[in-house]
Structures are given as C-alpha cells and as structure tokens.
Design a binder for this molecule. Structure first.
Ligand code: ATP
Ligand code: ATP
Ligand code: MG
Ligand code: MG
Length: 878
C-alpha cells in the first residue's frame, strides 16, 4: 500500500456539510487492490487481536460487531483502514464517528475519509492505520508496544493543541449561541464572531479588559493601597527589599503570625503563610525574593480561601478553595495517599485538566517537618494533611462552590472593588472564616484582585454546583441583539463567478457598508486591493472574515479550495450557484459533471436555513440543489416562463427573471422591475445574455439579503466591465469603424455564452481569432472548432506560444478540422503566431464588424488594441 496524498479539510466539504473536520487520504492499495480481507490468511484474527474494541463499530450491518463481520466476509483494505483510523482516535480519547471510503477512477486507488478532532492527530491516525494493517497482513500482528506508543503520541498531539479550560468554556458558550470562533495567530488569542462584529479573548482577558486595571491588579501593594484608601478591609502589611528591613517590618504588622509573598507573583509561587518565628521568616523571605525583587510582609489572617468571580460588574460565582491535601484512613502512608489521590482521572498537569496532580514541594517538606511527619507516616482515619498552605488549583487544591452562600454585603463589596481596580473580569481572593457574614464582622480581608482569573474552579468545582461563568462574559461581549456575524455571500459556479462576485460587492457598496471580497484576481476591502492573486480559497475568505473593518463578506468560492480544504465558514447567509458545466473534470478525483455539481452544491448546502440559496433555474444540475439545502430558495432565470420559476413564485417564492427587456425581481405574484438591460453596461447594452444572467443572480442575492431595489438599480447602472476592473472578461473596444472584444472564454460553456453575445452583433461581420491551450484533448479542440463555426462569419485560427507538448500547427489543425466538419464552406485561415493573427484581423476588419479575440495572453491582446487608440466602450471605473 502507498499513501499518495493526505488532505486536511476544515470546513463544509464535498463529503459532509456538518462534519467539517476530515482527513482525506488518497491510498494506492497496490497488490491488495484485488484482495478482499477474507482472502488474506489470518488477517481477521490479527485485526481483532490488535484492536478488539472494533467490535463496537456497527458499519453497514447496523449492529454491534457489524464491521468485524464485514472484515470476516471480505471487504477492501481502504474500508478497514478507515475504521482503524477512527478507532485509534477513539482509543486516544477523541470522539470521532464519520468515515467514508470510495474508489477513484484510477484502478486500485481509494479515497479514505476520516473524521478528526485534532488535525495533527487525524493525519497521524490515518498513517498509523496503514502501518497497522500492513503489519497485520505481513506478520499477522502489530506489536502491542508500538500500538501503545501510537496511542500515547495521539494523546500528546491532542493535549498539545487543546484549549485551556477557561478558553474552552468561553468557546463552548459562543458555539451554543451560534457565534463563530477562530484562533488568531499562534493560538494565543481567540476571535469570537466575524469581521466588524468580532470580539477577542485571551484566556479570561477580553478585548475590553483595561491595561491599567490589569497592571494595578498585578501590583499587589498598589492594589492594597488603593483599596485601603477606599475603606476596603485588606491585610495590614508592608514592602521590603532587603533582609535587614525584615525584622522591623514584622513588628510593623503587629508581629507573628505573618505571611511573606512576592510583590509581583501569581499562582501561589513564593508564598509562605502562617509564619510563626524568625527562622521561618528568613526562609519565606528567600522564597519570595526568588520570584520578585521586593517582598510583601503581611499579618496572617485566619480563615479559608475564597474566590469571588465578578464579570461585567456582577458577582457570578464564588468558590472556596482548599489547599492540596490527603485524608488518612488509618492504614496508608502519606506517600500512598498522594499516589491514590493522583489516580483520579480528573487530575492532570498544570491547568490542563479539571484538577491538578498533587506534588511534594518545598512547602510540603516544611509542613511535614512542622508536624514531625515523613512521607512514610501513616495518617489516622479522617486526619487531613495539607501539602500546601495556599489553595491554588494549579498546585493540587480543590474547589467547592459557595455561590449561594455569599453575604449580600460581600457581593456588593466585591463588585465595588472590581470597579475601583477597573476590570471587566476579575477574581477576588478573600480570606474569611465565613463568607456568609460581612467581612468586617469576622475580621476577614481581601488579599488580592486577579485579572484573567481561571474559570476552572467555577465551571467544574470538585464539590457543589457547576456555574456557567462563560455565559455572562459572552453576554458582555455580545449583548442581546448585537450580531456576532457579518453577512456572508458566497458565489460558485463554472463560469461567471468573478464577475458576479464583483457585482455583488459593488451592490453592497451602495449601502455604505464596508465590503470585503475575494476573487480570482485578488482580495479587496472597500475600494482597495489587499492582496493580488487567485484568492478563491478558504485562506483568503478567512482573511476577510478576520478583518475587523469588514461589514459584509462576498466570497468567490471556487472548486479548487472546496476540494482542497472545504469552506472557511460553517454557514453562509446567501449561497449563489451560477451554473455547472464540464470544466476541470478529471482533477481532484472529480470525473463527472454530477460529481462537480456535488462539489459546487456545498455552497447551497452550507447556506443557513433562514438564508437564501440563489440557484439558476435554467441549469437542471443547479436547480436540483434545492433538494439538498435547508435554506430558502431564490431562483433566477433568463426565461420568465420557466416552469420552476412559475410554481415557485405561485407559492410565494422569490425569483429574478429577464422579462420584456427588464431585469426584474419576482416576489410571489409581484414584479419589481430593477432596470432595463440596455441600461446595464455589464450586459453590453443587453447583448450579452450570460452577463444578464450574472446580473440577475447578483441582484437576487443582494435583494435576498435585504438590499433595496434603488441601491441595486444604481449599482447595475454604474458597474463596468472595464479592462481595469475585469481584464479579459468581455472587454469591448470601439476602434472607430469597427469594434473589438477581448474575452477569456476557456471552456465549451463559456464559448456558448460568448456566442450568445456575438450572435446579437448585427451591424456587420463577426470575425473570430480563436485558439486553445494545447493540453486539451483532440476532441475538445474539434468541439471548439465546431462551436466557432457556428458563432463567426470568418475565423482566424492561431496557436499559443506555448504549445504544451504538441507539434507546432497540430492544435490549429484539429480546430480547423472541427470548423470544416461543421461548415464545409467556412471562411477560415490559419495564422499560427497570435500577435500576427490579431494584427491581421484588426487590419482587415470591415466597417461595422466585430473582431472577437480569445487570447493566450489577455494583456498582450489588450496592448495590441490599445496601440490603435480605441475608445473603451465601457469607460474604466475610477
Ligand atoms: P493567585 O494569583 O494564584 O491567587 P498569588 O500568588 O497571587 O496567587 P495571593 O492571592 O496573594 O497569591 O495569595 C495566595 C493565597 O495565600 C491566598 O489566596 C490566601 O489563601 C493566602 N494568603 C495570602 N495572603 C494572606 C494573608 N495575609 N493572610 C492569610 N492568608 C493569606
Ligand atoms: P474562473 O474559474 O476562471 O475564476 P469565473 O467563474 O470567475 O472564472 P469570470 O471570470 O467571471 O468567471 O468569467 C470568465 C469568462 O466566463 C467570461 O469572460 C465569459 O466568457 C464567461 N462567462 C461569464 N459569465 C458566464 C455565465 N454566466 N455563463 C457562461 N459563461 C460565462
Ligand atoms: Mg491570589
Ligand atoms: Mg473567477
């Protein structure tokens, strides 16, 4: 077996709309192509032995053991690899369920599609599955140690990429509200929402969190001063920078017991609490000094540690935090109890998990010493031994929810304190013996205010009710009624995408919104080019959706990007499908026009149910997409009598048609006329039918998204197919006595469309300068010749400079053959050099004629025309 290629899909795609995260592996079965599993001796047994849990895969029989029975009866290796790759991820703790295996047109080559949660892990699992099956085929087994290593690697990959618990809580809440999210550069930041409506978070810092607030909170001494001045109970304390100041400082705060902590620190690092004598104080000083230049000396307050979480001015949760500890049973040593506690699957390392594993550190040894214990000491039943003096979860502490217990005055005080510090999200550390009593009554204090407080202790407390503290954060970022998305208009089809995308963008510009759009020529925001290039894939779409200035996104979405990585968005508001014709067949394992329709149909299917799929009613492959989308449908047609349009509008549906020379919207029984085609420059005075179709699609898409007819009308009147805006797309030039047209039609469908325009040219002769890239099939060249014969009165056949492997003159011969087959008396000559051919045609053009140039190089053709000082019929837009 040989892996030919692995693609990673990240959005709605050819295989699935709702399962965007897929790995597509192109796999050559080589010698196994003709061998189903039942013909490989020992394979079934080896597979069951290696991965017994495959019994849980139902597969097509639809019952437990279903998949394994198919292996036993005989199935192809690609299918088995799919199931193995899914099972590996399951065993590593990643829930995945979707898989598909399909034969390609190439004998023995399969596409194996598997779902992933984590991209790297998905690709790893695909490769490992091939390795495992290969090993079972060759040796009857896969070494269990290697399997264990694979699973551990997979777990590591998943762990490395996992979001922290606070971020995860926030992202989940956003998802529940249909707010899209994405990681911004290197994972540090998360963008919630699209474009101009986006908000950012980084852990529990929000885009609104004040830098002044954060700096004040992380300056513990400054915080205390500010709070003391506001009458808030804070620990009595002082700051020292040298050891010789320590003794006075201790006296200052009223003597032992004291606490020593770093001036700048967090996560409980360098803190020693409940210091009762000088030796301890010295050690505590050193520990704090290792973290920060200056240290705080404070009175020690008796009590339990509480964290009060305030979001957007309101207390949203309270947790009591208990330092890392073990509870005796009269039999086990402290070491054994620690080990036992760490076996809890909820305990991980750092902030990765719900809880953190217990570790013995400097403080633990001190606490053991103080009691005269060692790790081998056996604790009495129910005796509690603390391994830490501070209660941070990240050092193994646990959290108990106390949200319902806090005294109203304490809640009021906490809210006030957070306002004073100036934070939108903050955690206040309170030491008190009883949170249900006002602080002053029980000699309690606020020891610290934390910016970016962890949510873990509230979202999954070890005891008590979990609190959805992400909800108020998302409420703050997206108050009810504020949008999180910008409208997305996605455009696909075989021909006309760029033109229609530009026109839709132009229509939305009339509404004074900032439009971000992507096309084959580049990515644009408003009036400006952001990045030139063929930008019709998801990365360019992502750029637009991440841009904070963009208010509307209009995205040309070509086949290549959809196949390579899926869409950049899970849903669009309007999905436009212009047409599906034979082009690009044979690429990316898409070999039939029906399969191509499935690719382009992704846009229709990804349209949200209260949005609109804008479909071409004149193209059966496109109109059939209505069956597969849950969106509302809007059809466009060049024919007002189109049966589909008629029934659709009779049922109150939305449509756009070309009727009596007008581009019109039909809304149920009503006709809303937008503009006469003769007044729409893009349609070349109404003579280019396919441009009318593009304009109908664009107008309908905008109307469906709420744009007013007046705005659509003025956009159609001002949109121009200039060489500057749309080079090589129906650029028409007036050369005095005759006209010339440059167009880059490059497949049968666009040739036919172009023919529709040329046939409407009635003032004189129609002359074609035609050719084709040499890498097309002979029959395609013949076909092109036949089409040309039907369109033009006179034809000059030329060739590209680059013959793409053919002998010079060969392509021209095939085209000429087509021409004479279709029309034996055709006026046709061959001038191989393109520039010479173009010059000849322009030199000889009779009055009133139209010279149509289908060039290899659009720029060169336009240059040849411009040498003759033409008037561009459509004046270039600014
Ligand atoms: P984090 O940022 O993770 O909360 P930190 O390193 O910033 O920790 P503090 O919050 O100042 O440190 O202190 C950690 C814990 O130590 C407090 O939550 C409290 O339990 C205890 N503590 C700190 N100062 C005192 C004090 N003066 N009296 C009693 N306990 C204290
Ligand atoms: P590409 O796949 O190269 O990006 P596209 O789909 O973006 O193409 P355009 O650039 O808008 O299409 O147009 C390319 C050519 O296709 C035009 O010059 C014209 O000849 C033809 N064309 C445009 N619209 C249509 C249409 N609706 N039907 C058929 N042909 C069309
Ligand atoms: Mg703290
Ligand atoms: Mg294009």
């Amino acid at each position: 077996m040989k892996i030919l290629k692995i693609l990673t899909l990240r959005g709605p795609n050819y295989w699935s709309i709702r399962r965007p995260k897929l790995v597509v592996m192109r796999l050559d079965l080589e010698t196994l192509a003709e061998t189903p599993s039942n013909e490989i001796p020992g394979f079934y047994e080896g597979l069951v032995h290696t991965l017994p849990s495959l019994v849980e895969h139902f597969c097509s029989p639809g019952c437990r053991g279903g998949f394994l029975s198919r292996v036993q009866e005989g199935t192809m290796m690609g299918h088995i690899i799919e199931h193995v790759a899914l099972e590996l991820q399951e065993l590593a703790g990643m829930e995945v369920g979707f898989g598909r295996t399909r034969e390609t047109a190439e004998p023995g080559v399969y596409q194996v599609v598997i779902e992933y949660q984590n991209e790297q892990a998905g690709r790893y699992a695909a490769r490992a599955a091939v390795r495992i099956c290969q090993s079972i085929i060759e040796q009857g087994a896969y070494p269990s140690l290697e399997l264990a290593q694979d699973l551990s690697d997979l777990r590591d990959l998943a762990g490395d990429a996992a979001l922290g618990p606070s971020t995860e809580a926030l992202v989940k809440e956003a998802e529940a509200r249909d707010i899209p999210w994405m990681e911004v550069s290197a994972r540090a930041m998360i963008q919630l929402g699209y474009g101009a409506h986006q908000k950012r978070i980084q852990a529990t810092l929000s885009g609104y969190t004040s830098i002044l607030g954060v700096e004040l909170a992380s300056d513990k001494e400054g915080t205390k001063q500010v709070l003391r001045a506001a009458g808030v109970p804070v620990p009595r304390g002082t700051v020292v920078s040298y050891l010789d100041e320590l003794e006075d400082a201790i006296a200052d705060v009223g003597g032992y017991p004291i606490v020593i902590k770093p001036l700048n620190g967090n996560h409980g690092r360098g803190i020693t609490i409940n210091i009762t004598h000088w030796k301890q104080a010295e050690a505590g000083y050193d520990a704090a000094k290792a973290v920060s230049k200056s240290v705080i000396v404070e009175r020690f307050y008796q009590g339990r540690d509480h964290r009060v979480l305030v979001v957007n001015g309101k207390v949203v949760a309270v947790a009591e935090r208990v330092p890392a500890h073990v509870v005796g049973d009269g039999r086990s040593t402290i070491a054994a109890l620690i080990e036992e506690t760490n076996r809890d699957p909820r305990r991980g390392t750092g902030h990765d998990n719900v809880l953190t594993k217990l570790e013995v550190d400097r403080t633990s040894w001190q606490l053991l010493d103080q009691k005269g214990y060692t790790l081998e000491t056996v604790l009495e039943p129910d005796e509690v031994f603390y391994l830490r003096s501070t209660a941070n979860l990240s050092t193994g502490g646990i959290a108990i929810d106390r949200t319902d217990d806090i005294h109203p005055e304490n809640a009021w005080l906490a809210q006030r304190v957070v306002k004073i510090i100036g934070l939108d999200i903050a955690g206040i550390d309170i030491v008190t013996s009883d949170i249900s009593k006002p602080l002053r009554d029980v000699d309690a204090v606020i020891v610290e205010v934390n910016a970016a407080p962890g949510f873990r202790m509230h979202v999954c407390p070890s005891e008590g009710i979990p609190r959805n503290v992400a909800e108020p954060v998302i409420d703050m970022l997206f108050p009810p009624g504020t949008p999180g998305r910008v409208p997305i208009i996605a455009i696909t089809g075989t021909n006309g995408k760029t033109t229609t995308t530009r026109l839709i963008a132009h229509i939305f510009k009339q509404t004074n919104q900032i439009v971000g759009y992507t096309t084959t020529d580049g990515t644009y925001i408003g009036e400006y080019l952001v990045e030139p290039g063929d930008n019709t894939g998801p990365q360019s779409a992502q750029l637009i959706l991440q841009d904070p200035t963009v208010e509307v996104a209009v995205l040309e979405s070509a086949r290549g990007g959809i196949l390579r990585s899926g869409l950049a968005f899970t849903q669009c508001d309007v999905g436009v499908v212009l047409n599906v014709a034979a082009d690009h067949l044979g690429l990316g394992d898409i070999n039939t026009i029906e399969a191509m329709a499935q690719v382009k149909g992704v846009i229709a299917e990804a349209t949200m149910s209260n949005g609109y799929a804008v479909l071409n009613a004149d193209d059966p492959l496109v109109s059939a997409m209505a069956e597969r989308t849950s969106a509302q449908i809007a059809y466009f047609s060049m024919n007002p009598e189109n049966e589909l349009i008629r029934t659709h509008t009779q049922r109150g549906g939305l449509a756009a048609v070309y009727e009596h020379g007008y581009l019109s919207i039909l809304k149920g029984d009503w006709t809303l006329r937008i503009e006469q085609a003769v007044n729409v420059p893009l349609t070349l005075g109404g003579r280019a039918p396919f441009m009318i179709a593009n304009a109908l699609a664009a107008s309908l898409a905008a109307f469906a998204q709420g744009v007013r007819i007046e705005d659509i009308r003025s956009a159609l009147a001002t949109f121009q197919a200039s060489t500057k805006q749309t080079p090589g797309r129906m650029n028409l030039f007036n050369l005095g006595s005759f006209h010339a047209l440059v167009d880059y039609a490059h497949n049968v469908h666009s040739y036919e469309a172009l023919g529709g325009f040329v046939q409407n040219w009635t003032t004189g002769e129609r002359i074609g300068v035609v050719g084709s890239p040499g890498d097309r099939r002979n029959e395609d060249l013949v076909m092109l010749g036949k089409l040309s014969a039907g369109i033009f009165d006179r034809i000059i056949v030329k060739e590209d400079n680059d013959t793409r492997g053919r002998d010079r003159g060969d392509a021209a011969n095939w085209i000429q053959l087509g021409i004479t087959q279709a029309k034996p008396d055709a006026r046709c000559e061959v001038v191989l050099d393109e520039a010479t051919a173009v010059r000849a045609a322009l030199d000889d053009a009779p009055p009133g004629s139209l010279v149509v140039i289908l060039p290899e190089s659009v720029n060169r053709a336009i240059q040849l025309i411009e040498e003759r000082h033409p008037i561009q019929v459509i004046a270039p837009a600014k």
